[in-house]
Design a protein around this ligand. Structure first.
Ligand code: PLP
Ligand code: COI
Length: 354
């Protein structure tokens, strides 16, 4: 039975809404007026608050800063034509949040607290949810360790927070991607399946090198032999090869994406053969060469459905068809948008109405 969360609300006297340019919303730069904060102390979650968005003060000795006890989630709220605001599949993020927490020896958060905290702060800042096509409110829940202690051990205190920011698409163009065959994002037994901050910090150096070579994203491969495709830096990867929808099966090296699950659910309902399995670099390159690779795209909350225009391996670049002509990803994009923005029936119960 869900109890209503007792949240202390302090509203800002100085809303920034009027000064915000909703025609210029690059990902991750604009924050709404309020944020959610809670503390974990003495073995329980407490001090549930919504406060004006702003800087916070922490000890310089917190283990989040020194040892990376920190992780996050990412989901989105959408505005429908009738003004309804919905959050997409927050139950999935609540479950993944706790998988990350467990992997990092951090406290789990009851799923209903996760969902209610998000709903409460989105409700207060609902005017911040953009009404424009391809725009939404990005929701960033996160948790970090707050003990003032430099020993390498799990903290006993934590903060959970939720930030909100109106945003346009994360990627503004068709992606030129490189298959990474030297660096590794995560290895078996590691924490690739967790949304731990360290996974992203560790990926920055190889990603920067790829950007310098003119690529937009890396496709990570298995740590052992770099023979199998895993995922992209900020999205899962889905292919249509010879009429089949193919994506790497999830394992401890891959983030189990909500968008990935949504895409596969729709694909199965539409009658496409769907294969979740090991996907070799060789078969994807072969498909790119012989034209059987009909579609390739990144699938993620921030990334949405991000078409891949070319795939490079060891200095060879293979070009795919014009994304506008691709049957599967275009259909997914249309249907997903229709559901999220309330223009198609939500038969799966994916929209959590705020
Ligand atoms: N993989 C990584 C590394 C990500 O950061 C993301 C984004 O959250 C995804 C995959 C896609 O996951 P989701 O669809 O749940 O956003
Ligand atoms: C998301 O899609 O929510 C992500 O976490 C991607 C982010 C790293 C930009």
């Amino acid at each position: 039975m869900t109890e209503t969360l007792d949240i202390k609300i302090t509203k800002t006297p100085n809303s920034r809404l009027e000064q915000t340019d909703f025609n210029d919303l690059p990902f991750g730069r604009t924050f709404s007026d309020h944020m959610f904060v809670a503390d974990y102390e003495d073995g329980e979650w407490k001090n549930f608050q919504i406060v004006p968005y702003g800087d916070i003060s922490v000890s310089p000795a917190i283990s989040a800063l020194h040892y990376g006890q920190s992780f996050f989630e990412g989901l989105k709220a959408y505005k429908h034509a009738d003004g309804t605001v919905s959050v997409f599949r927050p139950d999935k993020n609540a479950k993944r949040f706790n998988k990350s927490a467990e992997r990092l020896c951090m406290p789990t958060l009851p799923e209903d607290i996760f969902i209610q905290s998000i709903a409460a702060v989105v409700d207060i800042d609902r005017e911040w949810v953009p009404g424009k096509a391809n725009h939404s409110m990005y929701i960033r829940p996160f948790m970090f360790a707050t003990d003032r202690y430099l020993g390498v051990a799990p903290s006993t205190t934590y903060k959970y927070m939720v930030l909100l920011g109106p945003t346009g698409p994360y990627f503004s163009k068709t992606l030129r991607v490189k298959i990474e065959t030297h660096y590794t994002r995560s290895a078996e037994g590691g924490m690739g399946y967790a949304k731990s901050s360290g996974n992203y910090g560790g990926a920055m150096y190889p990603a920067k090198k790829a950007t310098e070579e003119g690529f937009d994203q890396l496709i990570w491969t298995d740590a052992k032999n770099h023979e199998y495709i895993e995922e992209m830096g900020a999205a899962n990867v889905v292919f249509v090869l010879d009429g089949k929808v193919i994506t790497p099966s999830t394992r401890d090296t891959i983030l189990d994406g909500v968008t990935r699950d949504t895409v596969l659910t729709l694909a199965r309902e539409w009658g496409y053969p769907v294969e979740e399995r090991r996907v070799s670099v060789a078969e994807i390159i072969e498909g790119a060469k012989n034209g059987k690779l009909e579609d390739a795209f990144g699938a993620g909350t921030a990334a949405t459905i991000a078409p891949v225009g070319s795939i490079s391996l060891n200095g060879e670049e293979y070009f795919l068809s014009d994304p506008k002509t691709r049957e599967f990803s275009q259909r997914v994009l249309r249907e997903l948008d229709a559901i999220k923005y309330g223009n198609a029936p939500d038969t799966h119960g994916w929209n959590y109405i705020v």
